[in-house]
Design a protein around this ligand. Structure first.
Ligand SMILES: Nc1ncnc2c1ncn2[C@@H]1O[C@H](COP(=O)(O)OP(=O)(O)O)[C@@H](O)[C@H]1O
Ligand SMILES: [Mg+2]
Length: 246
């Protein structure tokens, strides 16, 4: 079971979009995949057009069991929902004196039967984000083609490095350029810098594609909403790359 977080302290860089569509790509390729929504915004269920029900907060707080919270969204694609109730989880984690970084890991400990568990994380650096990094073995960092996103990534990697001191084996699997637009000079410049700074970790880019922003409004992933779009092609490629191995 591979456990992977899509994470970056910056918002609007396509963490949720990437989690949902890479997950959908893996599910379509036959991999049993679970999406865990660790954001108080709770966008994963909406993106897939399903009702939230009991979710991650209920599980962590002991009000629901693992069997209650896994929702089958599509064939091979399951969701544990997030949302506003996660604020209570953060308070609960903050109150714990011991092993507070392992609250999420303990709640998900008995999870079985998936090829991939993908975490969508909040655009912040808080106790819940830290818990996510203590649960997963790999992280993928979406970075949008903005100067500020590029500057933020250095800070973010510094914090990940701190966690890595306590969690050997936490792997920065890749950096995924998002909102790439080949016609715009800014995109090319930022890609160049990413290539220079992260020659080994840079993954293929996701191009700017309005279809990707429309799909969640219809409760569909990109392979349902626009199978022949650039967005579908890019996310199929990323899913393949991820499936290829560690
Ligand atoms: N490649 C893309 N092209 C166009 N719009 C995109 C693309 N990726 C994401 N979006 C849109 O950009 C917004 C931010 O994406 P989102 O995945 O919610 O970011 P995050 O989870 O990092 O905050 C959303 O409205 C989403 O639909
Ligand atoms: Mg998000």
């Amino acid at each position: 079971m591979r456990k992977i977080a899509f994470t970056n302290a910056k918002g609007g860089v396509a963490k949720t979009t990437t989690c949902v569509n890479v997950g959908a790509g893996l599910a379509l390729a036959g991999y049993r995949t679970l999406l865990v929504d660790c954001d108080t915004q709770g966008q994963i269920t909406k993106s897939l057009g399903i009702r939230a029900g009991e979710g991650l907060a209920d599980l962590v707080q002991g009000d629901a069991g693992l069997d209650d919270v896994q929702i089958e969204a599509r064939e091979n694609l399951f969701v544990i929902s997030g949302g506003g109730t996660l604020s209570g989880v953060k308070r609960m984690i903050s109150r714990r004196d011991m092993r507070s970084e392992l609250v999420l890991s303990e709640a998900l400990e008995d999870l079985r039967g998936y090829d991939f568990v993908l975490l969508d994380t909040a655009p912040s650096w808080d106790v819940l984000s830290v818990n996510c990094l203590f649960y997963v073995d790999e992280i993928l960092i979406p970075v949008s083609m903005e100067v500020l996103a590029l500057q933020g990534i250095g800070d973010f990697l510094g914090r990940v490095n701190e966690v890595q001191q306590y969690r050997e084996g936490l792997l920065i699997k890749g950096i995924i350029p998002t909102f790439y637009d080949g016609r715009v000079k800014k995109s090319a410049e930022i890609m160049e810098q990413l290539e220079r700074h992260f020659p080994d970790a840079l993954w293929p880019a996701v191009r700017y594609n309005t279809r990707l922003s429309e799909a969640p409004g219809f409760g569909q992933h990109i392979f349902e909403y626009a199978r022949r779009s650039n967005g579908a092609a890019d996310y199929a490629r990323l899913a393949q790359r991820l499936a290829k191995g560690r």
